[in-house]
Design a protein around this ligand. Structure first.
Ligand code: SF4
Length: 343
């Protein structure tokens, strides 16, 4: 089993549930906007949030941010050791640094403050910070990350999270497999600069999903350009799909000429209004009654379209006919009933 580290109230590694992370897009010193964004992320299920620290104002803002949010806050520092120290002193629950950009003495100063405050350090490599140049880039990535780990170990520091990220799925997979065999620190998984929309979702799902299925990875960050709330939603869905977390799964028929309702719109509504339910339940949104009930019988409950409304079914049995605008309300009612049965 991997070692574990404590990031505020969250444990990473050591068999703890895989946690979902994201990163704010606001200027960290803009406390009000940053707090608002963190609260949105938290509501979506984010368990650890990272903020960029570019100057002293950002580092000092961590203290004020932490007073207003309840999830652990990680300070992301590129190379300035002073900012790393200031972030820890202002309450950062973890810092991400690049020891390769610091002299031994400066790294020693950072490590000594991290030890004093009990704050873990994430190190690692992505293509941007690559040092080696062999013909196998994934190996360069992994070796660079291991060098950073060794730099911390040389200072007697072992409260480490390690990551290796590439924008390429296969490189990410190979590099993570390589480090997983060589160190027992918890691993932060992600595909970096994964892209936008579907591209980012596909790349992250393949790389993160494959590695988690192999038992590699203790915390994940899906990287998608744009609103970070989507990163959290996709991250949670990956964990639910792999059976690593309880949650609602919405299935929907692909629709065809028989569809009597707008399946896509309704499925999206069902997802967004019931996403907070952290229990294993499968909800089907089917376009027609004729085939929908049969095709959706794998689900715990569902809705199927009619010409003049919809039917709600539970475990394949029709419960009632409802007007389209009442579908969500009635689904919620039957979900509550099902959850009562389980409890
Ligand atoms: S459930 Fe009905 S609408 Fe949906 S794909 Fe099947 S037959 Fe078509």
């Amino acid at each position: 089993m991997r070692r574990s580290v404590r990031v505020g109230r969250v444990t990473i590694g050591g068999g703890a549930p895989v946690s979902v992370q994201s990163m704010t897009t606001t200027k960290t010193s803009d406390v009000e906007r940053t707090v608002l964004q963190i609260k949105r992320l938290e509501e979506a299920g984010c368990e650890i949030v990272r903020v960029a620290v570019q100057d002293e104002e950002d580092a000092k803002a961590i203290r004020k941010i932490k007073e207003k949010v309840s999830i652990p806050v990680v300070a992301d520092i590129q190379f300035d050791y002073k900012l790393a120290i200031l972030s820890v002193k202002n309450g950062a629950d973890k810092i991400r640094i690049n020891p390769g950009n610091m002299s031994k003495e400066r790294l020693r100063d950072v490590v000594s403050v991290a030890k004093e405050y009990g704050v873990p350090i994430r190190v690692g490599a992505n293509v941007g910070s690559l040092k080696h140049r062999t013909s196998e880039r994934w190996k360069d990535l992994a070796e660079s990350a291991l060098e950073e780990v060794r730099a911390l170990e040389m200072e007697g520091f072992y409260d480490i999270v390690v990551s290796v990220k590439s924008s390429n799925v296969l490189e990410t997979i190979r590099a993570n497999e390589y480090i997983a065999e060589r160190v027992d620190y918890p691993i932060h998984l992600g595909v970096t600069e994964a892209g936008v929309a579907e591209t980012a979702v596909v790349k992250s799902s393949i790389a993160i999903g494959y590695l988690l299925l192999k038992g590699i990875g203790d915390t994940i960050r899906v990287s998608i350009a744009g609103d970070p709330v989507r990163e959290v939603i996709v991250g949670k869905k990956i964990l639910i799909s792999l059976g690593l977390r309880e949650g609602l799964e919405v299935i929907a028929c692909p629709t065809c000429g028989r569809a009597e309702i707008d399946v896509e719109e309704l499925a999206q509504k069902v997802e967004s209004s019931l996403f907070h339910i952290n229990r294993n339940l499968k909800v089907a949104v089917m376009g027609c009654v004729v085939n929908g009930i049969g095709e959706g019988k794998d689900a715990d409950l569902g809705v199927a379209g009619l010409k003049d409304g919809a039917v709600i079914f539970v475990k394949g049995k029709i419960m009632e006919k409802v007007p389209k605008e009442r579908v969500i309300d009635r689904l919620r009612f039957y979900i509550d009933e099902l959850l009562k049965e389980v409890d």
